[in-house]
Ligand binder design. Structure first.
Ligand code: G6P
Ligand code: MG
Length: 219
């Protein structure tokens, strides 16, 4: 049976994905090129250093490590300026209602985010004490699409991967969940999240029962 739900944070619970994009775009612009929203899909769920490598490759730039460290720090500073204004009102529509259904169903919950800023964001939006486990970018060595963030989440909850459902808005995150042996709900466009087991526009468009029915049908 399904006993646990593992949630990505950025783009699933709160719309920080847009802030990551804005900060990366600003960095690319300063380096003399641009990134599109379509290109940004490749960055979602990908760690800070891996994202920078993808962006520099896109711009045709090869830079020494010290400079890359500085650029990553600059992007993070801009990102933090954007998220510092966040409040519980920034929680995405449907999340509160979905979580109350999760609690009624007695499911375990975890956050699986490669963001080193995940604890700060959870605090800003008042959800620090909502989850049974929080795996963030400081607890893992490999970012998505590697499954580590989700397999660690399952381990911390004391459940097997087959008992877990992953909620993801990123191509890399959907792949991570699948590679971890979990049922994956993609939140976004079915044209983008082609590997997901089930796709909905957002948590607002799903019920817990519907997810459990679909996940248990394939297990
Ligand atoms: C999440 C976001 C990515 C971001 C990554 C690292 O997975 O979807 O866009 O690059 O976290 O975030 P951080 O806050 O550590 O730079
Ligand atoms: Mg995400």
């Amino acid at each position: 049976p399904i006993t646990a739900f593992l949630f990505d944070l950025d783009g699933v619970i709160v719309d920080t994905a847009i802030y990551h994009y804005q900060a990366w775009k600003r960095l690319a612009n300063e380096l003399g090129f641009d990134i599109s929203e379509e290109f940004n899909e490749r960055l979602k769920g990908v760690s800070r250093t891996d994202s920078l490598d993808i962006i520099l490759e896109h711009g045709g730039l090869t830079l020494p490590d010290e400079e890359k460290t500085q650029l990553a720090a600059q992007k993070n500073q801009w990102y933090l300026e954007l998220v510092s204004r966040m409040t519980p009102e920034d929680i995405l529509p449907g999340v509160a209602n979905f979580f109350s259904q999760v609690r009624k169903a007695n499911l375990l919950t975890a956050i699986g985010s490669v963001s080193k800023n995940a604890p700060l964001i959870l605090e800003r939006i008042g959800l620090s004490d909502t989850f049974d486990a929080i795996i963030d970018g400081t607890k893992i060595s490999k970012g998505k699409p590697d499954p580590e963030v989700f397999t660690k989440g399952a381990a911390e909850l004391g459940v097997s991967p087959a008992e877990c459902v992953v909620f993801e808005d990123a191509v890399a995150g959907v792949e991570a969940g699948r590679r971890g042996g979990m049922f994956v709900v993609g939140l976004g466009s079915p044209d983008v999240l082609t590997q997901a087991d089930l796709v909905a526009p957002s948590l607002e468009h799903l019920s817990v029962q519907e997810v459990l029915d679909r996940a248990q049908a394939v297990s």
